[in-house]
Design a protein around this ligand. Structure first.
Ligand code: NAI
Ligand code: MG
Length: 367
C-alpha cells in the first residue's frame, strides 16, 4: 500500500517559518515511528501570485483534491493589499475551501496546563480544558439570499438571510457526531430555535441524525446561553456543533479561553472520499503576522498542532497525535516560551526553530 499523501502549502509571512518546523516533526514521525507520508509542497497566496500571477494555480487546486490531507500555513500581507480583489492572497484559501467543499470547521479549545495562568479566566476553570467547536462553514447567513442594501421609502435597508437546507444541516451534524464518537461521546448542538425557524429545523435534523449515534449523548442549547456556559464552565462540553454565524463568534470566544493565537490549530473537513477519509485542510487559526515575519519570532505550535489534528482525523493515528500534544505540553512545562507566550518581562523568549528543536527532543524522550 502506498503512503498517505500530504500537500503542504506554506503560504506567506510566518507561514513558511512555522511550516519548516512542521516538516521537521513530519520527518521525525517518518524516521522514529515509521509513519511515512508522501509529502509534496506548493505555493498559495501571495507567494503563488508572485510566481504565477494567481493565488492558487489550477494544478495546485487539482493536487489538493487528490491528496489525503492539505496542510496550510497562512496567506496575505501588506505587500498584496494593492492587488485586485480577484487575485488577493485570501482568494487562494477561499478557493481551496469552496472547491473542496469543506463544510465542517473544527476549532479546538485546548488548555495546556503550563499556560493555564495565561488565560483571562480562573486557572481551575480552564486547566485541562479540551473541547472542539464544529462550525458549519459553507452556508447560513454569510451566503443566504436575498442579501444587499436596498432603498425602502426614504431610507436604506441592509439585508442578510439565514438559510439552511436539511442536507446542509445533516452533513455537518454527521461530522460532529463522528468527531464525538472519537472523543468523549458528548455533543451539544447550539442554535436559537426559540426565535429562528432555521434554528427549529437545525434542532430537528440534528436530533434525527442523532438516532444513528445512540452512544453519543446529545443535548441542545440556545446559542446565547451557550456563550454564557462557555465562559462559566467550559469543561461541561466535549463537542459543540453550531451554524456559521454562531460558530464564528463562539469559536473565537472559546479560543481565547486558552491564551495565544500562536497556539490555535484548526481543521476544515468535507465529505468522505473513496477511501473513507474526509476531504481535509488543516491550518493554524492565525494569519501571516507581517509584524514579526522573517524574524524567527513566530510560535510554530499552532501549525504543529494542526498536523496533530491531521494525524488524528485524517490518518487514524490518535495515539501519535496525543504523543505530539504531550511533547508540546512537556516543552511548555519546562518553561520554553516564544515571545507571544511571555506575559511578564525579563524572560528570554526562544526562537521559532528553538521551539521546534525542543519539541523534537521531547518527542525523542517519549520513545
Ligand atoms: P495575524 O493572525 O497574522 O496576526 C495578529 C497578531 O498575532 C500579530 O500581532 C501577530 O504578530 C500575532 N501572531 C499571529 N500568529 C502568531 C504566531 N504564530 N506566533 C506569534 N505571534 C503571532 O492577523 P492580522 O495581523 O490581522 O493579519 C495579517 C495578515 O494575515 C493579513 O494579510 C490577513 O489578511 C492575513 N490573515 C490570514 C489568515 C489565514 O491565512 N488563514 C487568517 C487571518 C489573517
Ligand atoms: Mg472570526
Amino acid at each position: 500500500m502506498s503512503n498517505p499523501s500530504l500537500l503542504i502549502l506554506p503560504g506567506d509571512g510566518i507561514g513558511p517559518e512555522v511550516m519548516a518546523e512542521v516538516r521537521r516533526v513530519i520527518d521525525w514521525f517518518g524516521d522514529k515511528r515509521g509513519l511515512k507520508f508522501d509529502v509534496s509542497e506548493d505555493l498559495v497566496g501571495g507567494s503563488a501570485y508572485d510566481a504565477h500571477g494567481t493565488p492558487l494555480t489550477d494544478e495546485t487546486m487539482a493536487k489538493a483534491q487528490e491528496v489525503d490531507a492539505v496542510l496550510l500555513g497562512a496567506v496575505g500581507g501588506p505587500k498584496y493589499d494593492v492587488l485586485d480583489f480577484s487575485v488577493k492572497p485570501e482568494r487562494g484559501l477561499l478557493r481551496l475551501r469552496k472547491e473542496m467543499d469543506l463544510y465542517a470547521n473544527l476549532r479546538p479549545a485546548q488548555c495546556f496546563d503550563a499556560l493555564a495562568d495565561f488565560s483571562s479566566l480562573k486557572k481551575d476553570v480552564v486547566a485541562g480544558l479540551d473541547i472542539v467547536i464544529v462550525r458549519e462553514l459553507t452556508s447560513g447567513i454569510y451566503f443566504g439570499e436575498p442579501r444587499g442594501i436596498i432603498e425602502e421609502g426614504n431610507e436604506r435597508v441592509g439585508i442578510n438571510t439565514q438559510r439552511y437546507t436539511e442536507s446542509e444541516i445533516d452533513r455537518v451534524a454527521r461530522s460532529a457526531f463522528e468527531l464525538a464518537m472519537r472523543r468523549g461521546k458528548k455533543l451539544c448542538s447550539m442554535e436559537k430555535a426559540n426565535v429562528m425557524e432555521s434554528g427549529i429545523l437545525w434542532r430537528e435534523v440534528v436530533t434525527e441524525v442523532g438516532k444513528e449515534y445512540p452512544e453519543v449523548e446529545l443535548s441542545h442549547m440556545y446559542a446565547d446561553a451557550g456563550a454564557m456556559q462557555l465562559c462559566r464552565w467550559p469543561k461541561q462540553f466535549d463537542v459543540i456543533v453550531t451554524d456559521n454565524l454562531f460558530g464564528d463568534l463562539l469559536s473565537d470566544a472559546a479560543a481565547m479561553l486558552t491564551g495565544s493565537l500562536g497556539m490555535l490549530p484548526s481543521a476544515s473537513l468535507g465529505a468522505p472520499m473513496a477511501n473513507g477519509r474526509p476531504k481535509a485542510l488543516y491550518e493554524p487559526v492565525h494569519g501571516s503576522a507581517p509584524d514579526i515575519a522573517g524574524q524567527g519570532k513566530a510560535n510554530p505550535i499552532a501549525c504543529i498542532l494542526s498536523f496533530a489534528m491531521a494525524l488524528r482525523y485524517s490518518f487514524d493515528k490518535g495515539d501519535e497525535a496525543t504523543r505530539l500534544e504531550q511533547a508540546i505540553e512537556n516543552v511548555l512545562a519546562k518553561g520554553y516560551r516564544t515571545a507571544d507566550l511571555l506575559g511578564e518581562e525579563g524572560k528570554q523568549p526562544v526562537s521559532t526553530s528553538e521551539m521546534g528543536t525542543a519539541i523534537l527532543e521531547a518527542l525523542d524522550e517519549s520513545l
